[in-house]
Design a protein around this ligand. Structure first.
Ligand code: ATP
Length: 202
């Protein structure tokens, strides 16, 4: 899965529609302090389903919407689209009918987030699983923020293990295991109830 473009509209400091081409190989973002380098990385995490406002350096999710300046009014929505090369047809079957996939997340004030893959409305979970199965996502160790290298060096073995699991492509399986465990617990609770009912009938 290769990211080819990132489009932003009203996301944090990127108030005007901005279209970035992501070329092959390593991508570095350089610029003066406060020009929006970290905002770009956050846009990538956000479109892949990041749901913790703290990871976006905000108090609430709506803080990603352009808040206005002395000369420009605040916006009512923010939108980020990530365009992915799907030439190898590695996307899940439901979205696997084209060479390129557009994954879009849009947040509107007081209305929350909506996701699309191409023109199809999808759930946050669909987008998160799409990236997790491709060994990437909002928590991917491939997205290196400021200070992260020293955190890694000082990290506990359990945190390092998470990074290795991401690289091995098994983090999507953890999510599915968690969901399966929840279903199992639900089934066990239902069985107990059935036992109670049978006991009352006997
Ligand atoms: P540094 O090199 O200092 O880390 P940076 O290039 O990573 O800086 P960012 O932290 O990405 O810069 O961008 C900070 C800028 O984004 C600030 O000017 C801040 O005012 C602006 N900003 C953040 N959130 C919003 C928002 N919701 N609306 C408008 N501007 C915002």
């Amino acid at each position: 899965m290769r990211f080819t473009r990132l489009r932003l509209n009203g996301f944090k400091s990127f108030v005007d529609p901005t279209d970035l081409v992501i070329a092959d190989g390593l991508t570095g973002v350089v610029g003066p302090n406060g020009c929006g380098k970290s905002n770009l990385l956050e846009a990538l995490r956000w479109v892949m389903g990041e749901n913790r406002p703290t990871a976006m350096r905000g108090g609430g999710m709506e803080d990603v919407i352009f808040a206005g300046t002395a000369t420009r009014p605040a916006r009512n929505f923010a939108e980020v689209a990530l365009i992915i090369d799907n030439g190898e047809r590695l996307a899940p079957a439901a979205f696997n009918d084209s060479d390129s996939l557009d994954i879009t997340r849009r947040i509107t004030r007081d209305a929350g987030s909506a996701y699309k893959v191409g023109t199809k409305d999808v759930r946050a979970r669909d987008v998160q699983m799409l990236f997790a199965d491709a060994s990437t996502g909002a928590h991917s160790p491939a997205l290196v923020r400021q200070g992260q290298i020293s955190e890694l060096i000082n990290a506990k073995p359990t945190s390092r293990r998470r990074i290795l699991e991401e690289a091995a492509g098994i983090s999507g399986l953890y999510q599915r295991r968690h969901e399966a465990e929840l279903k199992l617990k639900g089934a066990e609770a239902n069985l107990l109830r059935v036992d109670d009912v049978v006991g009352q009938l006997a």
